[in-house]
Write a protein that binds this ligand. Structure first.
Ligand code: ASP
Ligand code: MG
Length: 413
């Protein structure tokens, strides 16, 4: 029998009524002839609440206990979903991560999936079970402790199951009806895409679009899992298309630019006048990596008389830690700089599109628009399919709208 993975996010299982609504969709897919693996998130708000309890109890908490606590929200929804399906006469049972078992590394709070043996679920499907409801977000480390996959990790659970069980598709049911060319809260008439390539989705996810956990897109791309993002609030699944995230070959005509993404809370840090010598970048970014700073853009300025400025960006809530790491490296003599300037009022705006590979001039067009709007660009980085700029946070929305218009994203499909 063909297999299907259906994942329901927190807002789609927020209460018993919504769980029933989700179960109706599962029922339709069972009637369509699928054996279904349902992956559930915790009811919306529950994980946040538990994270708060952990922090309040123990600010420097033991990550193993954090995982033991915050993984529990998914256990509740998995059991409730199984019961709801049973009430509809569908043979279903719940599985916690460790029961599958979904084996992970022991990096608590951000564990990576190592293996999902299929025999336990396969045996039950063989006995006539139609739906396996699996608690998302959680797994088990080799020492037997419960792990979690990082916030938003149920998406990754879902894609990993789709790959392990060779599912025909992985459907991610959520509270939006697909992937938009930009955030509809900034551009109210933003267009919804019918299809988007894995690569573009990966860029958009890591550039601030929060619909899918970045790692789930990485995994889908690696195992070529067709991934569909769709709303759980539409009643009829046969007409609810959402957005398909797929191989670029399956997309006939690529737009040059397919999306504008942004990250609001960025910071720009500059080390003023560091010695320009071999190994200086390693000496600066080593301590930052050890301190767990997510360095994003990096620019080294031209050097004068053997000294240079080094600029990088990171999330604004990591500035204090970054300053501490750099000051520490200065005190221990690893690096030497004259000043450290932190600008906490910047945002990153990016345009993404596979078509950039074969189109020149996108960068110029982007810079022209920003100039016309009077938005000063502070740092630029590019990859094959994206261009990102740092701008003052107060101009972020303006920049997003201007780029949206310039690249005619209201016509993107
Ligand atoms: N419940 C977890 C979270 O809120 C995992 C998920 O929903 O994907 O991050
Ligand atoms: Mg999510």
């Amino acid at each position: 029998m063909p297999r299907l993975v259906m994942k329901f996010g927190g807002t789609s299982v927020a209460d018993l009524e919504r769980i029933k609504n989700a179960a109706q969709k599962v029922k339709q897919e069972v009637e369509n002839g699928f054996e279904v693996i349902v992956i559930v998130s915790a009811m919306s708000g529950k994980t946040n609440e538990m994270v708060g309890w952990v922090q309040e109890t123990s600010p420097l908490y033991d990550a193993r206990e954090y995982d033991a606590i915050v993984s529990s929200g998914e256990n509740v929804t998995a059991g409730l979903m199984a019961l709801t399906l049973q009430e509809m006469d569908i043979p279903a049972r719940s599985w916690q991560g460790w029961q599958v078992p979904l084996k992970t590394t022991s990096a608590h709070g951000a564990a990576r999936i190592e293996e999902i043996p299929t025999d336990n679920l396969d045996a039950k499907f063989g006995e006539g079970m139609k739906v396996a409801v699996v608690a998302g977000f959680q797994g088990i480390a080799v020492d037997g402790r419960i792990t979690t996959l990082g916030r938003g990790g149920s998406d990754t659970t879902a894609v990993a199951f789709a790959a392990a069980f060779s599912a025909a598709r992985c459907d991610i049911y959520t509270d939006v009806d697909g992937i938009y060319t930009t955030d509809p809260r900034v551009v109210p008439n933003a267009a919804k895409l019918k299809k988007i390539s894995y690569e573009e989705m990966l860029e958009l996810a890591s550039l601030g679009a929060k619909v899918l956990q970045t790692r789930s897109v990485e995994l889908a791309m690696r195992f070529k899992v067709p991934l569909r993002v769709l709303s759980s609030f539409e009643a009829d699944i046969s007409t609810n298309a959402g957005t398909l995230v797929c191989d670029e070959e399956e997309i006939m005509e690529n737009n040059v630019v397919n999306g504008v993404a942004f990250v609001r809370d960025e910071a720009k840090m500059t080390l003023v006048s560091v010695a320009d010598r071999p190994g200086i970048a390693a000496a600066i970014f080593g301590p930052l990596a050890d301190a767990g700073i997510n360095v994003d853009m990096i620019v080294q300025n031209i050097s004068e008389e053997g000294r240079t400025d080094m600029t990088f960006s990171c999330p604004v809530d990591q500035v204090l830690r970054a300053e501490k790491a750099l000051n520490g490296a200065k005190e221990s003599g690893e690096i030497n700089y004259h000043g450290l300037v932190s600008d906490k009022d910047v945002a990153k705006v990016s345009v993404v599109g596979i078509g950039m590979r074969s189109h020149v001039g996108v960068a110029k067009q982007m810079f022209d628009v920003l100039a016309r709007e009077g938005v000063n660009i502070k740092v630029i980085t590019t990859s094959e399919i994206k261009i990102s700029v740092l701008v003052d946070r107060k101009y972020m929305e303006l920049a997003v709208r201007a780029l949206y218009d310039e690249f005619e994203l209201e016509h993107a499909t």
